[in-house]
Design a protein around this ligand. Sequence first.
Ligand SMILES: Cc1cc2nc3c(=O)[nH]c(=O)nc-3n(C[C@H](O)[C@H](O)[C@H](O)COP(=O)(O)O)c2cc1C
Length: 151
Amino acid sequence: MSSEYPHLLSPLTIGSTEVRNRIMQTARAKMYSQNGHDSQRDVDYQVARAKGGAGLLITRNRLVHPTSTTGNQRFMWAYLKDAVATNQRLTSAVHDHGAKIFEQLNHFGGNATFDSADDIRVLWGPSNGKSPSYGEMPKAMEREDIQELIA
Ligand SMILES: Cc1cc2nc3c(=O)[nH]c(=O)nc-3n(C[C@H](O)[C@H](O)[C@H](O)COP(=O)(O)O)c2cc1C
């Protein structure tokens, strides 16, 4: 394999991060969250891949704002105040086995459901077009909404 893929097992620098090889796992939502936080099962899942030798893992998508809900409650809510502590538990466990991990941030816009988080939400989208997936009609974001989302 190494002669066919001479770079596969060699390190790679991505921005300020060096990964030990070019084996990575793309983002994969697994629905293991509880109350918007990664569960121990999430941590164990990523650690198993770090132990197996992967160089880089990508978290499943993490929701950046309360207006981004989904068709499923079991996503990670990155906007919660204690989300950083939850992330640190995951990243430390992965780093202990030599892998790196990037966080995928996401806002679903209108492709969401208004009642799938901990409360009913007005959805925000780039326009008030109806979602082909969920049939929901989001509110078109104002400039200040966009600023809030970026923050
Ligand atoms: C169960 C599952 C969950 C996924 N979750 C995400 C996700 O959260 N974010 C994302 O960008 N892609 C997600 N994907 C897409 C994968 O990252 C990947 O791009 C896609 O599955 C194609 O790669 P594969 O042929 O190796 O499966 C998901 C795919 C699957 C099967």
